[in-house]
Design a protein around this ligand. Structure first.
Ligand SMILES: NC(=O)c1ccc[n+]([C@@H]2O[C@H](COP(=O)([O-])OP(=O)(O)OC[C@H]3O[C@@H](n4cnc5c(N)ncnc54)[C@H](OP(=O)(O)O)[C@@H]3O)[C@@H](O)[C@H]2O)c1
Length: 324
């Protein structure tokens, strides 16, 4: 297939490129040339800003466009309309953040999505989920049954720019007592970017259409199981100290960012229903492989963490927790 990726050089996009190339497809990237230009030798790159400057794509055709960089419905609609005469199918990367709330476990794709009070809003930081939902709608209105919409949960693995999973890998590798929130039976969900990319490419090849939640693994995973797998994957790694959630809330620990993979009051957020994607062939590599590859990638870079708890803060909280 001739594959056009709107994006392709940061995280999920680069795994999509690698998956597509491995599977023998011809790949073109369209982006601004700001993030890792020339990352893939032999892959055509066309530069332009998708917000208003798609002209560089004029006169070309592809079998499929994969949109990893769409956040604003106006901009997504413009790409879909521009490409419709020249590109057969449109794959849009959305998010589980579209859902109106996370009160329930096991939500499928029919669950209501969040709404915007004002259709003119384009503040992605504040309204990421509802804007993704409207962007999905824009793609579907232009591409109809030729659209394939993917709603990932937390995406993890090598090149993850958010460090939300990498924090736990680096933290257990540092050793000592590790502050871990809640109880070991707390459920967690995420997907290795490479499993997501491979499944998306297989789905694209087979003409998968419609909307899919995509996260993992296939059977419920707990934080306790993740911790045990971290310990087994990383030699001489840290020991968990399970700290009560109320204690953390009282000490204003920021959920999801200061302690990633932890939220309170959102039971459905890491318990999303993925039956549709499983029926459509979603597969997962062993967790230990995701951990080891993330660790190897993280050790080779010099980067301060973008998420996670500062060591001094962790020490102070652990000391207070043990004195209580
Ligand atoms: N990370 C998660 O846990 C998570 C969870 C759920 C859903 N998602 C979704 O997954 C997607 C993956 O994002 P990613 O960053 O990994 O994708 P990516 O394709 O690896 O990187 C983003 C690409 O978009 C390009 N780009 C950004 N702004 C652009 C513009 N105005 N015009 C043209 N190109 C532009 C960037 O290149 P230039 O900078 O050179 O333009 C870059 O190549 C996102 O849609 C995100 O919402 C992520």
């Amino acid at each position: 297939m001739k594959v056009l990726i709107l994006g392709g050089t940061h995280f999920l996009g680069r795994h999509l490129v690698e998956s597509a190339l491995r599977r023998g497809h011809r790949v073109t990237l369209f982006n601004r040339g700001l993030t890792a230009p020339g990352l893939f030798s032999g892959v055509e790159e066309i530069y332009g800003d998708r917000d208003g400057s798609l002209v560089a794509l004029n006169g070309r055709s592809w079998d499929v466009a994969i949109d990893t960089s769409g956040y604003v419905p106006r901009v997504v609609r413009a790409s879909a309309e521009f490409l419709r005469p020249h590109v057969g199918r449109y794959v849009f990367v959305s998010s589980i953040s579209v859902y109106a709330n996370f009160d329930k476990e096991g939500m499928d794709e029919e669950f209501p999505v969040g709404q915007l009070a004002d259709a003119a809003i384009e503040d992605v930081q504040a309204f990421y989920g509802p804007l993704k939902a409207l962007s999905e709608g824009a793609v579907q209105s232009v591409y109809g049954s030729d659209s394939f919409i993917v709603r990932p949960g937390l995406i993890v693995g090598p090149h993850d720019p958010t460090d939300r999973f990498t924090y736990w890998v680096r933290r257990f590798a540092r050793g000592g007592n590790v502050l871990v929130p809640g109880t070991p039976d707390r459920r967690v969900q995420f997907i290795d970017a490479r499993d997501l990319a491979d499944w998306m490419m297989r789905g694209t090849e087979s003409g998968l259409a419609g909307i899919y939640n995509v996260t993992g693994p296939s059977q419920p995973l707990t934080m306790g199981q993740l911790v045990m797998t971290l310990q087994s994957a990383i030699p001489s790694s840290g020991r968990p100290v399970w700290v009560n959630e109320n204690f953390l809330v009282q000490h204003h620990v920021a959920e999801w960012s200061e302690l990633p993979l932890w939220t309170t009051g959102l039971p459905g957020f890491m318990a999303i229903g993925i039956q549709g994607a499983l029926r459509a062939g979603l597969e997962f590599r062993p967790l230990v492989e995701t951990i080891r590859d993330t660790w190897e990638w993280d050790r080779a870079r010099i980067a301060p963490m973008k998420a996670g708890m500062e060591p001094q803060r962790e020490d102070a909280l652990l000391a207070e927790w043990s004195r209580r």
